[in-house]
Design a protein around this ligand. Structure first.
Ligand SMILES: Nc1nc2c(c(=O)[nH]1)N[C@H]1C(S)=C(S)[C@@H](COP(=O)(O)O)O[C@H]1N2
Ligand SMILES: [Mo]
Length: 185
């Protein structure tokens, strides 16, 4: 199978791409909230997050603007492990991810439960650089990278899907690089 999705080009670099400014990280006050349609809403400090079971996952990264980067070594907590702690209610089918700076994206719960989906706090064995989303970013290898939200602060389980930042601006909500789902029209 071809490893590069259609009309992508491989880059050895790691471009930095985002809307707005890189937020400051204060380890003492930072927290991550997991709430919405869950039985057990969670608020965790950075240290509490690091105490959860750590998972390493090597995956490829595909930006909708056309670059792809292979073999990214992410470390963090599996999304499924976070969901297990928060215990989504029965009718919960979607998740909105909210970030410092106001960026959002959303995905079906089923797609986030894949074992390669991480809330990542380290990259290549080092704490994740703030420019690349540190202290915490979502990694969803099977989607275009605008689903890989940087600076995640809030994970909200919902019944209906809320469209994310780029999804409200004409980008595909399903974002499958293999089907070249770039735009919503
Ligand atoms: N918070 C936030 N996350 C974001 C974005 C953003 O603008 N804000 N841009 C997305 C897009 S379009 C891409 S390609 C990747 C880029 O990640 P990188 O800068 O680590 O390469 O971040 C994604 N996550
Ligand atoms: Mo992107």
């Amino acid at each position: 199978m071809q490893r590069l999705p259609p009309n992508q080009r491989l880059t050895p670099d790691f471009p930095i791409l985002h809307f707005g400014n890189v937020p400051e990280f204060d380890r003492g006050t930072w927290d991550i909230r997991v709430e919405g349609f869950v039985k057990n809403p969670i608020k965790m400090t950075y240290d509490e997050l690091l105490s959860l079971k750590k998972t390493e996952s090597i995956s490829d990264f595909h930006c909708v603007t056309g670059w792809s980067r292979f073999d990214n070594k992410w470390e963090g907590v599996r999304f499924s492990a976070i969901a297990e702690l928060a215990m989504p209610k029965e009718n919960t089918r979607f998740v909105t991810i909210e970030c410092d700076g106001g960026y959002t994206t959303s995905l079906p719960v089923s797609e986030l439960m894949e074992p390669d989906v991480l809330l990542a706090y380290a990259f290549n064995g080092e704490p994740l650089e703030s420019a690349h989303g540190g202290p915490l970013r979502l990694v969803v290898p099977k989607k275009y990278a605008y689903k890989c939200a940087k600076w995640v602060r809030r994970v909200v389980f919902t019944e209906e899907q809320e469209l994310g930042f780029w999804e409200q601006r004409g980008y595909s909500n399903t974002a499958d690089p293999w089907k070249e789902e770039r735009y919503s029209y």
